[in-house]
Design a protein around this ligand. Structure first.
Ligand SMILES: [Zn+2]
Length: 331
C-alpha cells in the first residue's frame, strides 16, 4: 500500500512538471509577425483591376501538343501589355526571346551592383473538355463579381505579370529609378515545362554573362484554412520547389483464355507493383523551410494547436503525420 502511494506521488509530480513545462512553452510563444509600414502610395486600384480582368480574356493557352497553341493570341496579349503600360514600354528595354518570352530591362543607377530578376508567366492551362459547365463564370471572361476577379490566370500567373508591370508603371510615373538593374522576365510556356520560354531566357542571359543577386518567381499564395489551427489568411512564401519523377512500368507474360483463368493475371501483377510503389512514400521530416513556416505561424494558432507546436520535442511525430496527410499540396 505504501509502495503504491509512493508511485502515485512520483507519477503525480512528473505529470505536474510535464504540465508546467509544456504550458510554459505554450504561453511564452511570442508572435513573430512583422509590423508592416503603412503604404502611402497612390496605386490606381481601378486600373489594376480592369487590366487584370482584360488580361484574363486572352486565350494564351499552353498545350502539351505545341501545335495547338494559338500564337496569334499570344501576340495580341503582348500588344495589350504595350497599350496598358506605356511608360514601361517607353523607358524599359524589351527583348522578345524566341518571339514570345519577354525580357524587360530596367536600367539602374549603379551598374556595379548585380541585377535582380522578377519573373512570371502569361500562359495558362486549358479548361478540361466537358467541365465548362462547372465554372460559375466563364474561365476567360475575367468577370468581376463578389469582390473577386474570375478566370484562368487570376492566380497562376497573369496576376504576376500584371502586378509587376502595374508596380513598375506606377514607380516610373513617380520618376523612380532603381539602384541596380531590374529584369522583368515573363515566360509563355511555363505550364508545359518552359523549354521555349524560361529556359531560353536563362540561356540567352547566361551567354551574356549576366548573373543575378536574386530572382523572385511565383510560388505560394495567400491561403485560408490550409494551415491547421490558423484562422487568419497565411501568406505562404515558396522558397523551394518539389521535383517530380515519372515511372513507366511494363510487364511481360503469357496471355490466356477466359475458359482457363489463371490465379494471377498480368494486370494483377502490374497492379500490385503500382500498389507497392504507392505504399513506399518518402519519410516525413519537419525541417528546413517547412519547419520555418511553423515557427512563424505557430504563435498565431488556436490554443490546442499552439500547445502541440510549442512542444515539438514531444509531439513531432504527431505533427509530421498530420502534415504529410493534410499539407501535401502546400508548395
Ligand atoms: Zn504558374
Amino acid at each position: 500500500m505504501k509502495k503504491l502511494k509512493f508511485s502515485l506521488i512520483i507519477f503525480g509530480s512528473l505529470l505536474l512538471v510535464f504540465i508546467i513545462v509544456t504550458m510554459f512553452n505554450t504561453l511564452t510563444l511570442e508572435s513573430r509577425q512583422p509590423s508592416p509600414e503603412n503604404f502611402n502610395g497612390s496605386i490606381k486600384e481601378d486600373h489594376a483591376i480592369d487590366t487584370l480582368s482584360k488580361a484574363i480574356q486572352f486565350k494564351t493557352i499552353s498545350y502539351q501538343d505545341r501545335s495547338k497553341m494559338d500564337l496569334i493570341e499570344f501576340d495580341r496579349f503582348i500588344s495589350f501589355l504595350e497599350q496598358s503600360f506605356p511608360l514601361v514600354h517607353e523607358e524599359l528595354e524589351l527583348e522578345k526571346v524566341n518571339s514570345h518570352a519577354l525580357v524587360y530591362k530596367w536600367k539602374g543607377t549603379d551598374s556595379t551592383k548585380l541585377p535582380i530578376g522578377l519573373t512570371s508567366h502569361y500562359d495558362v492551362v486549358p479548361v478540361l473538355e466537358g467541365t465548362e459547365e462547372n465554372w460559375e463564370h466563364d474561365p476567360f471572361s475575367g468577370t468581376i463579381a463578389d469582390g473577386k476577379i474570375w478566370g484562368r490566370g487570376t492566380l497562376d500567373d497573369k496576376i504576376g505579370v500584371i502586378g509587376i508591370l502595374e508596380a513598375a508603371e506606377h514607380l516610373l510615373k513617380e520618376g523612380y529609378q532603381p539602384a541596380r538593374d531590374i529584369y522583368l522576365m515573363f515566360g509563355h510556356d511555363e505550364e508545359i515545362g518552359g523549354d521555349e520560354g524560361a529556359a531560353m531566357i536563362v540561356s540567352t542571359l547566361n551567354a551574356r554573362g549576366i548573373k543575378f543577386d536574386f530572382v523572385l518567381d511565383e510560388g505560394g499564395a495567400i491561403v485560408e484554412n490550409m494551415v491547421p489551427g490558423v484562422n487568419q489568411p497565411v501568406g505562404v512564401v515558396g522558397v523551394s520547389e518539389k521535383g517530380s519523377a515519372t515511372a513507366e512500368l511494363s510487364i511481360e507474360g503469357s496471355g490466356g483464355h477466359s475458359s482457363q483463368p489463371k490465379d494471377r493475371t498480368n494486370i494483377g501483377r502490374i497492379a500490385s507493383a503500382i500498389a507497392k510503389l504507392e505504399e513506399t512514400q518518402f519519410p516525413a521530416d519537419l525541417k528546413g523551410p517547412g519547419e520555418d513556416l511553423f515557427e512563424f505561424v505557430a504563435p498565431e494558432m488556436s490554443f490546442a494547436m499552439k500547445y502541440v507546436f510549442a512542444n515539438k520535442f514531444i509531439f513531432e511525430p504527431v505533427i509530421e503525420k498530420s502534415c504529410s496527410s493534410s499539407l501535401h499540396h502546400l508548395r
